[in-house]
Design a protein around this ligand. Structure first.
Ligand code: DOR
Ligand code: ZN
Length: 454
């Protein structure tokens, strides 16, 4: 693993964020931060020697929490490291991310999960919570030592074979039983592998016309239904990764009505894009689960609105250009997500919808923190609370430049897309982990970190 080079620390004199509205509501206030904690909130506070972040007209939200990130360390540090991914997270407004276990080697033991956690702490740009594998090597056969990983320094609280499905029902049943006794959460990548052999695109009219092998909705839905029932009988909680179909929404509705402890996430790309993008055969649009039809995306948006789907998670999946810029069927599945998630959610639900920033805080910070059991994230913006904050400029239009992102990879489907909102600052326990103004002028902590990484 690489040696991390930068750690963000709080300005010794403390921090004052000025002129923001909390959750976009009410009159502008200043937020005073000291010792990693919000100490005072009120209009036009007197500067008491603090570093000032002038953010007049902008919106303060609790720092965002991503339940689903791929950081590629150990093993593919050419595509992302814990450091570069943490920087991408900070730029996206995230103060906490869960790093998936499908690294090389797989994070199926305490040595690796603890090490991912420690590197994340040393980098200090974002809390990096290791996700532990459910099965050894993600092979779906032998359960990993979940208890050891949960008890380690990395305190693993989410287990997932993401990238692969825990497809054997008996293995999944045992995993749910163990998770219930350990008080941890199993997050399932719902894909019945017998139904997706060779599949590269959503099974529907577009794939048929383009001659691409189809991945049916039933591959996802059959596992969601099965696992909801297994979770019910094990008395366990279950989390569904990247819900992608209208049928999954109906199954989640049914499971929740039964009182089954199931939660689910949806990605920005399954909310915003559909399989019409595949017409270009551009490998940047290949992702698992695949982009579905516009009716699925609409159902997912409505499900997120209504709470049937609990939260947004990025499935940030960096890949090298040679693994994406190739024949569609050969392209690796996955796309970048951390730096564009908030602008997409803002575009769909606030700019073009009737939802507000309070709701954005719920689906991108509070609910994911709750699902993961994080006590110090997704907290109210109030005196005495940990200073984990994202500042958003609702009028900060920007155009995505794939090369300009903090990620080491460039596989964003949004290159050249203009978004209306931008993240202008992120604060983790009082430390400024992202400052767009300093980045733009090439000064300040953000810029130094930038330089250190390259
Ligand atoms: O598109 C995806 N990419 N889906 C997954 O489940 C895994 C991920 C990856 O690791 O690249
Ligand atoms: Zn997945």
């Amino acid at each position: 693993m690489s040696a991390p080079v930068s750690q963000s620390t709080e300005a010794p004199s403390g921090l004052l964020i000025t002129g923001v509205t909390l959750y976009g509501e009410g009159d502008p206030v200043d937020i005073r931060i000291s010792g990693g904690v919000i100490t005072e909130i009120g209009p036009e506070l007197a500067i008491d020697g603090e570093t000032v972040l002038d953010r007049r007209g902008q919106v303060a939200l609790p720092g965002l929490v991503d339940l689903h990130t791929h950081l590629r360390e150990p093993g593919r540090e050419d595509t992302e490291t814990i450091e570069s991914g943490s920087r991408a997270a900070a730029r996206g407004g995230y103060t906490s991310v869960f790093a998936m276990a499908n690294t090389s080697p797989v994070a199926d033991n305490q040595t690796i999960t603890d090490s991912v956690y420690r590197i994340g702490r040393t980098v200090g740009l974002c809390d990096v919570h290791p996700v532990g594998a459910v099965t050894m090597g993600l092979a779906g056969e032998q359960l990993a030592e979940m208890g050891q990983m949960a008890a380690g320094e990395g305190a693993v609280r989410i287990f997932s074979d993401d990238g692969k499905c825990v497809h054997d029902p008996l293995v999944m049943r045992r995993a749910l039983e163990y998770s219930a006794s350990l008080g941890v959460l199993v997050a399932q990548h719902a894909e019945e592998p017998r139904l997706t052999v060779g599949a590269v695109a959503h099974e529907g009219p577009t794939a048929a016309r383009l001659g691409l092998a189809g991945w049916p909705r039933s591959a996802e839905e059959s596992i969601v239904a099965r696992d909801a029932i297994l979770a019910r009988d094990a008395g366990a909680r279950l989390h569904i990764c990247h819900a992608s179909t209208a049928g999954t929404v109906e199954l989640l509705r049914w499971a929740k009505e039964q009182g089954i402890a199931v939660t689910a996430e949806v990605t920005p790309h399954h909310l915003f894009l559909d399989d019409s993008r595949l017409e270009t055969f551009d490998g940047v649009y290949r992702v698992n689960p695949p982009l579905r039809e516009d009716t699925d995306a609409a159902a997912l948006r409505e499900a997120l609105r209504s709470g049937i789907v609990d939260c947004v998670a990025t499935d940030h999946a960096p890949h090298a250009s040679q693994e994406k810029c190739c024949e569609f069927a050969q392209a690796r599945p996955g796309m970048l997500g951390l730096e564009t998630a908030l602008p997409i959610v803002a575009a769909l639900f606030v700019e073009d919808g009737d939802l507000d920033w309070r709701w954005v805080a719920k689906v991108m910070s509070e609910r994911p923190a709750e699902i993961a059991g994080l006590a110090d994230q997704g907290r109210p913006l109030a005196a005495g609370e940990p200073a984990n904050i994202a500042v958003i400029d609702p009028n900060g239009a920007w155009t995505v430049d794939a090369e300009g992102l903090a990620s080491l990879s460039h596989n964003t489907p949004y290159a050249g897309t203009e978004f209306g909102a931008s993240v202008t600052a992120t604060v983790l326990r009082g430390a400024v982990t992202h400052d767009a103004a300093a980045l733009a002028t090439g000064t300040g902590a953000g810029a130094e970190e930038e330089g250190a990484a390259r």
